[in-house]
Write a protein that binds this ligand. Sequence first.
Ligand code: SF4
Length: 690
Amino acid sequence: MTHTHCPYCSLQCGMTLQKKGRAGLEVLPWAEFPVNEGALCRKGWTAGELRGHRERLTTPMIKDRATGELRAAGWDEALDLVAWKITDLQASYGADSVAVFGGGGLTNEKAYQLGKFARVALRTSQIDYNGRWCMSSAASAGNQAFGVDRGLPFPLADVEQADVVVLVGSNLAETMPPAARHLDRLRERGGKLVVIDPRRTATADRADLFLQPVPGTDLALAQGALHLIDAAGAVDEEYVATRTTGWEPVRRSVAAWWPERVERVTGVATSELRELVDLLATHDKVMILTARGAEQHSQGTATVLGWINVALALGLPGKPHAGYGCLTGQGNGQGGREHGQKADQLPGYRMIDDPAAREHVARVWGVTPESLPGKGVSAYELLDSLGDGGGPRALLVFGSNIVVSAPRATHITQRLESLDLLVVCDMVMSETAALADVVLPITQWAEESGTMTNLEGRVILREQAVEPPKGVRSDLDVIAGLADRLGSPVPFGTDVEEIFAELGRASAGGKADYSGITYDRIRDERGVFWPCPAPSTGSGSEALHPGTPRMFGDGFPTPDGRARFLPVEHAGPAEPTDATYDVHLTTGRVLAQYQSGAQTRRVRSLPDSGPFVEMHPMLAQRIGARDGDPVLVRTRRGEMKAPAKVVTTIRPDTVFVPFHWVGANRLTNDALDPSSRMPEFKVCAAAVTA
Ligand code: SF4
């Protein structure tokens, strides 16, 4: 029996694995792990089915360019070919002709090695990852307002002790069901739950107050809430004066957001807005949590800043059982963004254009700072520039299924097809792997060890439970094998504990400091929260840092120790509706599937509904469709056909399409947030016909 964690979302539920038969794996509860207390959702319970799956890849594949068919190959042949092609392309077109695309599901060790591999072995600036499409707007807002980005700056269980919890764009009851127990306990204690969402979801069904705004108008709602908070004299003046800067410009910026204007923009009645503000203004411990619904917009960063402004005006961040937090989505959405996969960052959240950061990391890596490339471009911009876009001619993909998950996916698929070399590491033949010139079969979660950092900033350890199938290798082996063949100036190891120790040294002194965390401590303490610096040498004290479950109690990691109010202005969706495209399209998840579905669509015990178009009966009647009828959704970027799902729980002016299958992202808008570079997945203008 092995204690480990779920292969899917950012809750990283603890689970126990037991071998079953020759190739099977049974999932059992791990009641002592505090985050989920033995509870799992159906995705977690069935995760063992991926082991020994008949579609599992167990041999490298190379595409025959004459026939377009993939054929089986040996590891040496495949890695030699990739290294030769990279060398050839870089000799002709420069180091940046080769790009790397990572994932928010990779372990910390893999994310770290991938960032180092790109900068040291490939010498390319062209690296980014799919986490850019997950919580990057909240990350950008957190860095600007608090000086640091940790999704939740407190343990998730603190939710239970709050007086009021406001969820903005989160369907937590379906995306991470074991976490909903905290909401239930909150309400059992008499606390209030507010849910803000264009759809009345399973989470909204639990709410004491449900607000249903037009997609893309959450910022106007935040502005209106702050306007009323100020008008009611509910601003915590002492907190604002002693712990923040920048209040007056923000106060002026919300002055014109009177309730009637908010109602016109958002569709939320003035009475409902006043009810929300009444709850916020009359309770002490208020917690505001955003998720993708608020963040995946071309104004995602501004929207999160709008809600952070509300939290600061009420004096919440740093107060026990209160504050602002982001509910990160992907399994290692938090750790994946800390260790150097991002185009502009080095490990420990250090910025790649900061000379001191380059000096520190280069020293740990054993190279010179001058040898490290500079800043690259964000995930969508990188993919948009590939091949015939004039940018990199080769792409190495680790832990991502771009064909399903990229916005404006038809266009991005064409960019992938125009590459000279596409290499995909995956455990199944995903839609992206099917396009590749070289497919490398890799280990899955139970077959290897490594750390993850969950949505609370808690670093946990996924322990290996079983041996991988013959012929399969870890991403770390792929990185090491390629680095060696490319003549890397430093070797790349594959021992996860050694890589974690090096990651700790690289992060030391940075905002996400892991240097005091070890595998043994994680095992003993069931996770350690960062920042957790190592005891300083020569200090005379060998006391271990306890880790930091709760942040901001003593100040913020900004130069003056204060949080920053930042003025923002609502601009609305990049693509408003018009006479032709007259409904809002929004996308999201369903309970039984995870992300691009590459794994969960293959688990037979999980229901696979296929894509559908959720719409209100009024819209269905207008277009002449009944429940189950095929309908066509068109946007300026593409179209898809799927059955109508007619429900009264969605706004009549909005349709919802889940993104786990090919289709939804052929429709979505690639307009980017100016700060986070997040595409506008959550709203665009669409036409729907029967
Ligand atoms: Fe896994 Fe997330 Fe479900 Fe927990 S909530 S079992 S981590 S998918």
